[in-house]
Design a protein around this ligand. Structure first.
Ligand code: SF4
Ligand code: SF4
Length: 393
């Protein structure tokens, strides 16, 4: 196993155990199986374990496993505050205390604000007293590092990292998402500020393994490397020195072994120009299924009416690359559940964006098409209800 350092010099394994995807048995986590997988990872040197309040049964499962195997002081636990459910300071205490009980511990190594999508969510937490709360918990030793996980656009990510002295952050990043959400811009900006970056969805929830088009698989098979699709995805991340930990939701001992092997020898800068060309070709094959040829260059932004043009096109394309529901879920997270909505229906047709688009995309027409596909009638209602709940005063 290789290790990269956190903000305070602690060594973190470059492979982190994502505890969201344990196998279920009879509706709850198969503890015996999860324990085998965790012990396999632990013996290979994995010391970073990521969970969250809302990952059903996960905190309690790892709390039990760590206690039984006397591991608590040898590993790091990252868990998250369900900030979207918080209405006041008492609620923050309630969630945190419950998490400590589930985890059978009296401290959390990395405590993250879960799923921020824009700066307004962080502002709201501040108005509920989060800054004073963090100071108290840190002083008492109940929280060692504070951070956030993120799903909005890169502009808001930059605002959030500039607003507070974060110890860690967590972003979605992989070779298909180099320029979406926080993206490479966010990764580099965080690293430049000395904030360690934890990567989630390194294989897009397994889709860069299980749902790769045959043409993309063929490109990998015909390359000089004997690497599996998962290995290609992880190596692309480890190649970047700005990446600190890559989370993988491992749910078999074989998967743990394969990922640990990759994590033990993939150093920053190890990919050759030929390897990078192979991955560009793979990306091209995946993108052939897209509906709109948007490269996410963002030259069309900002839209004066707040429409997130590249965010809309990315979600729309994902309906065809992956699955309808994946595109709609991505749209819900990154476009429609931000405090300032970014819907295509806000477009007034000024045409400013089209003047700057190097791909010559008829943006005004295509965002309407995307909106119709991403937000059919029942979704419109659901999103409206969710917005009312999340942004009520
Ligand atoms: S045409 Fe619509 S999407 Fe484009 S910049 Fe104007 S308001 Fe924004
Ligand atoms: S300018 Fe064109 S290609 Fe670039 S992000 Fe906007 S729509 Fe996409």
């Amino acid at each position: 196993m290789q290790y990269r350092k956190d903000k305070h010099g602690e060594e973190l394994s470059v492979l982190g155990f994502g505890c969201m995807r344990f196998t279920k048995k009879g509706g709850s986590i198969d503890i015996a199986k999860a324990e085998k997988e965790i012990l396999e990872a632990y013996s290979a040197g994995v010391n970073y374990y990521d969970t969250a309040y809302v990952y059903s049964g996960s905190e309690a499962a790892i709390g039990e496993i760590f206690e039984r195997n006397h591991m608590r002081d040898k590993i790091k636990i990252a868990t998250k505050l369900p900030q979207y459910l918080v209405r006041n300071r008492q609620a923050i205490d309630r969630y945190f205390d419950e998490e400590l009980t589930r985890l059978r511990t009296d401290y959390v190594d990395y405590y993250l604000m879960h799923m921020l999508t824009d700066i307004a969510m962080w502002e709201k937490l501040k108005s509920n007293g989060i800054l004073e709360w963090i100071d108290e918990k840190k002083k008492a030793g109940a929280i060692r590092n504070i951070g956030f996980s993120y799903h909005g656009n890169s502009d808001n990510f930059l605002k959030i990292i500039d607003d507070y002295d974060w110890d860690i952050c967590q972003i979605q990043y992989n070779y298909m998402d180099e320029n979406s959400q926080a993206g490479v811009t966010g990764l580099k900006a965080a690293a430049a500020k000395g904030i360690p970056v934890v990567i989630m969805e390194p294989l897009r929830g397994g889709k860069l393994v299980n749902m790769l088009p045959d043409a993309a698989k063929k490109v990998m098979q015909e390359s000089e490397r004997d690497w599996s699709p998962a290995e290609w995805g992880l190596r692309w991340l480890y190649d970047q020195s700005e990446v600190t930990v890559v989370l993988s939701g491992m749910n078999s001992v074989e998967m743990v072994r394969e990922n640990c092997r990759t994590a033990s020898d993939a150093l920053p800068g190890h990919l050759t120009e030929q390897d990078k060309a192979t991955l560009r070709e793979v990306t091209g094959k995946i993108k052939e299924k897209e509906k709109v040829g948007c490269t996410e260059c963002r030259y069309c932004m900002p839209c004066p009416k707040g429409v997130d043009i590249p965010g809309l096109f990315r979600a729309y394309n994902n309906m065809f690359i992956e699955a309808k529901m994946h595109g709609r879920m991505q749209y819900a997270q990154a476009v429609s559940l931000t405090k300032e909505p970014a819907f295509a229906t806000q477009c007034v047709g000024c045409g400013k964006c089209e003047q700057h688009c190097p791909q010559g995309i008829p943006i005004r027409e295509k965002i309407k098409e995307a909106d119709r596909a991403l937000r059919p009638f029942p979704f419109r209602i659901g999103i409206g209800v969710a917005r009312k709940f999340m942004f009520r005063k």
